[in-house]
Design a protein around this ligand. Structure first.
Ligand code: CO
Length: 218
């Protein structure tokens, strides 16, 4: 039997505000100082770069709370070195918040990756998805050898995360942090919508060991 997507009919504009009231009541029931503490400042040890997909919320899937993860999300969790939005978030996270870890989290069944693998035109977003097509081209031999289309999408999701971890390491922000001895670990994960399990791509790094020389800052 094929499962249906979750019903969102009850998610109305008014219900969001009602939900907010419930959130406040629940939070204060646990800790009367909850909001006073959060308002005092943030000190998250992790920056999350994830997909904008509504099914992959950073806090819920890692069982963390407000204040614990600094989050940036875009379509297909991309790290594009001319993206001022991503660079500003990364700069603030590394140089002001001094996060210890930056995690790129993709997910199987990513609509952005599926669209990038097709030959269909989608409009403006094609310019964003083109970066994923570049990942495909880099790994074309491996990907075209996979005959099952679902498996090929899944592998491109994984390779896209790995390449974006690599892109992260190449940024002037991470390069400068490492050059001055700041501890920043960079990691790549892929989340399964079907099981809820996070698959560690095991590309974690804290230095330039696996980085092509041309990208290295002394
Ligand atoms: Co996605």
């Amino acid at each position: 039997m094929c499962a249906k997507p979750i019903d969102t009919k009850h998610i109305t504009y008014e219900n969001l505000l009602a939900g907010n009231k419930q959130f406040i009541a629940d939070s204060l029931a646990v800790d009367p100082d909850y909001f006073t503490k959060l308002a005092a400042g943030q000190n998250p040890p992790v920056l999350w770069i994830g997909c904008a997909d509504s099914r992959v919320p950073a806090n819920q899937i890692t069982n963390t709370a407000p204040g614990e993860i600094f989050v940036h999300r875009n379509i297909a969790n991309m790290v594009i070195h001319t993206d001022m939005n991503m660079l500003s978030v990364l700069d603030y996270a590394v140089n002001v918040l001094k996060v210890k870890h930056v995690i790129v989290t993709g997910h199987y069944g990513c609509g952005g990756v599926i669209a990038a693998m097709s030959n269909q035109e989608f409009g403006l977003i094609d310019n964003w998805l083109r970066h994923i097509k570049d990942v495909y081209r880099l790994h074309a031999d491996e990907l075209t050898a996979i005959t099952d289309e679902q498996q090929r999408v899944d592998r491109l999701v994984e390779l896209n995360v790995i390449e974006n971890v690599y892109n992260l390491c190449k940024t002037s922000i991470v390069q400068n942090a490492w050059a001055k001895g700041q501890e920043v670990g960079v990691h790549g994960w892929v989340y399964s919508l079907k099981t809820g399990i996070i698959n560690d791509m095991k590309v974690s790094t804290t230095d330039n060991e696996n980085m092509d020389n041309v990208f290295r800052f002394k």
